[in-house]
Design a protein around this ligand. Structure first.
Ligand code: CA2
Length: 157
């Protein structure tokens, strides 16, 4: 049995600031800590990750399209673009790769403008409110989805 393609873990604007401000909302883990947690989680499951962060909407869209060609599954925290970006929704709908939406905080319990997500309609599922641990849960879900997708394809061929 062949193994799955890498899980692409994509992070949106300002998440590079994690660990420096707003610890009550986002926790004390830095993005480097979260990357290490994702690598460790994937490694335990026999998978590998590509981990990226950008402050630019178009770059995030490019990376989603690249994941469509190169990834077995996507984990995405689009940060504020979650609530604003139709381009994000279109990009996720445009790739034939399962996506798991992740948020450190629970946006639905915060300001009303955070209640809506443009990622959710195109995601296999969403994990929110568990801090850094949510990324470990999301990577595990993504690996399982990628393996299930591969098993389906192998059965069909
Ligand atoms: O809870 C999440 O993961 C969010 O995606 C984080 C976004 C926010 O806009 C979403 O509603 C929910 C914000 C990320 C900004 O992170 C910062 C971290 C430290 C200091 C300043 C910003």
């Amino acid at each position: 049995m062949s193994d799955i393609k890498p899980v692409h873990v994509l992070n949106g604007p300002n998440l590079n600031l994690l660990g420096t401000r707003e610890p009550a909302v986002y926790g004390r883990a830095t993005l480097a800590d979260i990357e290490a947690l994702c690598r460790e989680t994937a490694g335990r499951l026999g998978a590998v990750i590509v981990f990226e962060q950008t402050n630019h909407e178009g770059v995030l869209i490019d990376w989603i399209q690249r994941a469509g060609r190169e990834a077995g599954a996507i984990v995405i925290n689009p940060a504020a673009y979650t609530h604003t970006s139709i381009a994000l929704l279109d990009a996720l709908k445009g790739v034939d790769v399962p996506a798991v939406e992740v948020h450190l905080s629970q946006p639905a319990a915060r300001e009303p403008f955070r209640a809506a997500s443009y990622a959710a309609p195109a995601a296999a599922g969403s994990i929110a409110g568990f801090g850094a641990m949510g990324y470990a849960l999301a990577v595990e879900a993504a690996v399982r989805l990628a393996r299930a997708r591969m098993a389906e394809r192998e059965k069909g061929s």
